[in-house]
Design a protein around this ligand. Structure first.
Ligand SMILES: [Zn+2]
Length: 250
């Protein structure tokens, strides 16, 4: 989302209008109302809040959440739409919301309170986390560390893949019970969050280069980029986790 934010900040200084291709992408308004509320105005600021993108225009704000497979892509005005394009933001250039699985959504907010209500309670942002804030966010909680990292109310901004990457860097098993994690491990986890998030944000996406766990995600027999042993997949917190039984023992 940090990459989408940069793209929007660069190309959306003015919103000419929003063309909704797939009406189901708009979650809290009629597609026409979204366009009417946001068309023909300057964009004051483009922000990221956790996994949310917020485009603050003069009279209203547009919120976007990209789900698991959504993205914001730059497109020439004459580039043909494909079946996965859900909406087009017409600005200095055209930015398209593209999503294979239809989990991405757009919301309209007319003021800051409306934005807060749509986003809901969020923990400290992963990109601005401190060891102390992470320790405080985890204190007194139970359950697996993987589920906690993906819970936006505990830490905002981490999804399934980033959480796997973070745990692999910190050498923590995704199923580790939070209650058993000692302060030294929290410090290690914090360093991993900051490092992984900063490098991903700079790249605009989670790198798939060989040094990253993500490079193994769609491989049939994935191996650990660090120890070269076989990786394991299991369902933790409702999502498929990829982890190394050698580097991340229970
Ligand atoms: Zn390993």
């Amino acid at each position: 989302v940090a990459g989408f934010r940069r793209l929007a900040a660069r190309h959306l200084h003015h919103l000419d209008g929003i063309e909704v291709v797939d009406g189901s992408v708009v979650r809290n308004a009629w597609p026409e109302d979204l366009d009417v509320a946001l068309r023909d105005q300057d964009v004051r600021r483009v922000a990221r809040r956790g996994k949310w993108l917020v485009v603050h225009a003069e009279r209203a704000s547009l919120l976007a959440h990209f789900g698991m497979t959504g993205s914001l892509v730059l497109a020439g005005p004459d580039a043909p739409l494909d079946r996965y394009h859900r909406a087009v933001l017409h600005g200095d250039a055209d930015l398209r919301v593209r999503d294979v699985r239809r989990l991405a959504g757009l919301w309209l907010a007319t003021d800051d309170a409306g934005i807060d209500e749509i986003i809901g309670p969020q923990g400290p942002d992963a990109a601005r986390l401190t060891t102390g804030r992470l320790a405080a966010a985890l204190r007194g909680r139970r359950g697996s560390i993987k589920a906690a990292l993906m819970d936006q109310r505990i830490v905002a901004g981490l999804g399934n893949m980033l959480s796997d990457e973070v745990l692999w860097v910190a050498r923590l098993h995704p199923g580790r019970d939070i209650a058993t994690i000692v302060p030294r491990e929290v410090a290690c986890l914090h360093a991993a969050v900051r490092g992984v998030v900063a490098r991903s944000a700079r790249a605009g996406a989670i790198p798939r280069t060989p040094a990253w766990l993500a490079s193994q995600r769609s491989v049939a027999e994935p191996t650990c980029p660090r120890c070269h042993g076989p990786l394991e997949r299991s369902r933790i917190g409702g999502r498929t986790s990829l982890w190394c039984p050698h580097c991340q023992p229970r």
